[in-house]
Design a protein around this ligand. Structure first.
Ligand SMILES: Nc1ncnc2c1ncn2[C@@H]1O[C@H](COP(=O)(O)OP(=O)(O)OP(=O)(O)O)[C@@H](O)[C@H]1O
Ligand SMILES: [Mg+2]
Length: 345
């Protein structure tokens, strides 16, 4: 009986349902899944069917025939396509827990962006319930990020976390298990990809896909121009806008920094606004504690230095920025000390 009970509990999951990636943490097991938040839907004779989810679906992005559509059900950190999001959550839960048997419905803790409306929260909660959750708890994404980054969120010490995700950047000041201040800007990794696409189109008349832009950003993206103004030079392929044929151009890191300056500037501006609105006692703590960067966007080379130059504060990147939110959500589920940060609505 106890063994069953334990098994039952061990199916409980913490989910970071991100715009770019979904990361799942299982009670007592840690991270068990990390896949892109992408679903490929095939339409045959007007009937829609899920063709692939996660990694398999992302590989199809930008390369699908007319009958298949690769959809990202979340945009700007919130659910844009509720049905597809539900299918995706269901698929991931089954992948992690196996085909659900009777009474094996897990408890699920899922994180939501701090700026999300009650309608958006309900959409996320309903999607998890319909996907088979027995009970759903929510946690604010910056709180999860801070717990995952080992920040002192339960103590009366102010600290600041900046989570640069795919869709949004969340800036929060935390103290005593609560969010003392939060602001969310709808700029993150996606906007950086778009900025690269539009830079290459404007300056080189070359059309490139989002996937190519993301690869350039991950491998060569920089938040500040390199010391020599140029850095590495890379070649990229796409379609010439003038004569329509495939072609290759070269671009250097100075130009990539230039293309990223707008989204990076927006992120830095969000941090400045948060600092201006922070109570003095907490602001004093942040001077000592510094700012911690989480989320995949924290991996842009030099973002910490750019932010530090701009604010005069110490800035560090969390140990595993892409997993921070899921780890923090998982700890909040496992450790009674954090129960107070979970909500049901
Ligand atoms: N090495 C890297 N350099 C720059 N950006 C990166 C790197 N690795 C991942 N990213 C970017 O990080 C973003 C994904 O981060 P993350 O998984 O934290 O977002 P998310 O949680 O899915 O989104 P959100 O929190 O906005 O819902 C993507 O835009 C991705 O391109
Ligand atoms: Mg995220």
């Amino acid at each position: 009986m106890f063994e069953n009970l334990f098994k039952f509990r061990s199916q409980d999951l913490a989910i970071d349902l991100g715009t770019a990636n979904t990361v799942v943490y299982a009670r007592g097991r840690g991270i068990v899944l990390n896949e892109p938040s992408v679903v490929a839907i095939e339409t045959i004779n007007g009937i829609k069917k899920v063709k692939a989810v996660g990694n398999d679906a992302k590989m199809m992005m930008g390369k699908t025939p007319d009958s298949i559509e690769a959809i990202r059900p979340l945009r700007d950190g919130v659910i844009a396509d509720i049905d597809v999001a539900e299918q995706m959550i269901k698929h991931f839960i089954q992948k992690v827990n196996g085909k659900s048997k009777l009474f094996s419905y897990p408890e699920i803790v899922i994180c939501v962006p701090s700026g999300s409306t009650s309608v958006e929260r309900r959409a996320i909660r309903d999607a998890a319930s319909n996907a088979g959750a027995r009970q759903v708890f929510l946690i604010e994404e910056p709180m999860a990020a801070a717990i995952g980054a080992d920040m002192p969120v339960t103590e009366p010490i102010g600290s600041m976390v900046v989570d640069v995700g795919g869709g949004t950047t969340e800036v929060a000041v935390l103290s005593l298990r609560g969010l003392a201040y939060t602001t969310s800007v709808r700029t993150g990794g996606d906007k950086m990809d778009e900025a690269i696409v539009s830079y290459v189109r404007r300056h080189h008349n070359l059309l490139i896909g989002e996937t190519t832009a993301e690869r350039i950003k991950k491998d060569f993206g920089v938040a500040q121009a390199p010391a020599d103004g140029v850095g590495h030079t890379i070649h990229i392929k796409g379609r010439d806008l003038v004569n329509g044929v495939p072609k290759e151009i070269s671009i250097n890191q100075g130009q990539i920094a230039e293309s990223l300056s707008e989204p990076i500037g927006t992120i830095i501006e969000g941090v400045r606004i948060a600092l201006e609105n922070t109570a003095p006692e907490l602001a004093a703590d942040i001077v000592d504690q510094g700012i911690v960067l989480t989320g995949g966007g924290a991996l842009i080379s030099g973002l910490d230095a750019a932010l530090s130059d701009e604010t005069g504060l110490p800035v560090t990147v969390a140990e595993d920025p892409l997993a921070c939110v899921a780890i923090g959500t998982g700890r909040a589920m496992e450790d009674p000390m954090f129960r107070g940060v979970l909500t049901t609505a």
